[in-house]
Ligand binder design. Structure first.
Ligand code: PMT
Length: 404
């Protein structure tokens, strides 16, 4: 499970000179809560933002700062630390540290440790949004990715400098859930995950449609989590206002029919299918070719006809990927979800209560997940974190099915 994947893991946490360095204190606590053994390495610039004593107290170990310090090297030198670590996590990582890592520098303790280590590296950037978008930073990120570093975030939002945009450090909880997903055994390397997200729009005439309140946030968060787990990801999305996650192949559609056709096109080489989209169950039987004029009608009877059920088309097809459905319910969530699990022949179903300010469009959600032999409750959490925790459970169930 997610919580357990960090149990007894040895994590070197590199902290660099960003205003977000204060979040490292919370991060150390949360990593330790998950059972990780944490050794902190700080750059000198980081010590301007948070004291080593704080991180020493929280981690329970001396903090290493100097490369050329006989005492620190004698305690646990950079080579020993490099060998000790199961993971090296740099959070926050400044643009400067990222540039120095990308160019292979090894002239302070943190960069020397990274270059001497064969342990996997995860980097959580934190910087001003212009610095993040800067071509050199983006080249450096590409370079580090090509060397198998995992980039966690950054998040978007208000920045310490007063600007808005991408570049914020992920919240400590998000970093921990992302790392837990990276650490989970038997991830999704070499697997193809197809995910549907967002609403569908069913046209009435050239300007009107029947839609729903799905924002695509949950489906896009699932795509991020699947890509972080190492899968090749195809995200088939209805109309949403979200940018495409890194390392995700996005296909935009509008109607249930188009979503169905794209899913079927991609299902042949699909290992896991995750149906998070809020697909219209009905569409207008007839599409008016011209805009319906108000004065022509007192009433507008609309005849609706059922759409194709995409998830059932997948479970009823020749190719049988592992299929996870979602259920959006306003009442009797468990009863209806369990019925859909059986009726649609799903491997798992993630059910959420929807309605006024719940499930649709909001940033947080809670889920009840059911499968034939069990269930799990995911309490209210940001959708990104929820998606990672759900993905970890999906991987566990997928592997259990694969080996039975
Ligand atoms: O997008 P957000 O704003 O973040 O909101 C997230 C969400 C509430 C949309 C998401 O968490 C969710 O519940 N998605 C499923 C919504 C839904 O349509 O549920 P349903 O109970 O009507 O459908 C059950 C399952 O059948 C779903 O997996 C659905 O994708 C699938 N389905 C439904 C109809 C259809 N014609 N084809 C389908 O494949």
């Amino acid at each position: 499970m997610n919580e357990n994947s960090l149990q007894d893991k040895k994590v070197v946490l590199g902290v660099t000179g960003s205003i977000a360095a204060y979040k490292a204190a919370d991060l150390v606590r949360r990593l330790r809560e998950k059972g990780a053994d944490v050794r902190v390495v700080m750059t000198k610039a980081a010590c301007e933002f948070i004291t080593p004593l704080t991180l020493q107290t929280l981690s329970g170990h001396p903090v290493a700062i100097e490369l050329l310090d006989a005492d620190q090297e004698a305690a646990m030198g950079h080579i020993k630390l490099a060998r000790w670590a199961d993971w090296i996590l740099i959070a926050p990582a400044t643009a400067d540290t990222i540039a120095r890592l990308a160019s292979g520098r090894a002239d302070d303790l943190l960069t020397a440790l990274c270059s001497a280590s064969e342990s996997p590296l995860a980097i959580a950037p934190a910087m001003n949004n212009k610095m993040w978008q800067n071509e050199s930073t983006q080249n450096n990120i590409r370079q580090l990715r090509s060397q198998s570093a995992q980039i966690l975030g950054p998040a978007s939002g208000d920045q310490a400098c007063g600007e808005q945009g991408e570049g914020r450090l992920l919240e400590p909880n998000d970093i921990v859930s992302a790392l837990a997903l990276l650490v989970v055994p038997a991830r999704l390397q070499g697997k193809h995950v197809v995910i549907t997200a967002g609403p569908t729009y069913e046209p009435i005439d050239p300007v009107r449609f029947i839609g729903n309140r799905s924002s695509g946030k949950m489906g896009f968060a699932m795509a991020v989590a699947a890509a972080e787990a190492g899968a090749g990801v195809t995200l088939i999305s209805g109309p949403v206002h979200l940018s495409t996650p890194t390392n995700v192949n996005r296909v935009d559609v509008e109607t249930a029919q188009q979503m169905h056709d794209e899913v079927i096109k991609h299902i042949d080489n699909c290992d896991l299918f995750i149906a998070c989209a809020a697909v219209a169950d009905f569409r207008p039987q007839q599409l008016e070719l011209n805009k319906i004029k108000k004065m022509e009608k007192d009433q507008l009877p609309l005849i609706l006809t059922p759409t194709l059920d995409i998830v059932s088309a997948v479970t009823g097809g020749d190719k049988q990927p592992f299929v996870v459905g979602f259920a959006a319910e306003t009442t009797s969530v468990e009863t209806y979800a369990k019925d859909k699990l059986k009726r649609k022949k799903l491997d798992m179903i993630a059910a959420n209560q929807v309605g006024e300010g719940r499930g649709f469009a909001v940033d947080e959600n809670e889920l009840q997940v059911f499968w034939a032999e069990g269930s799990k409750m995911f309490p209210m959490a940001p959708k990104n974190q929820l998606a990672r925790d759900l993905m970890t459970l999906i991987i566990e169930r997928y592997n259990a099915k694969d080996t039975t």
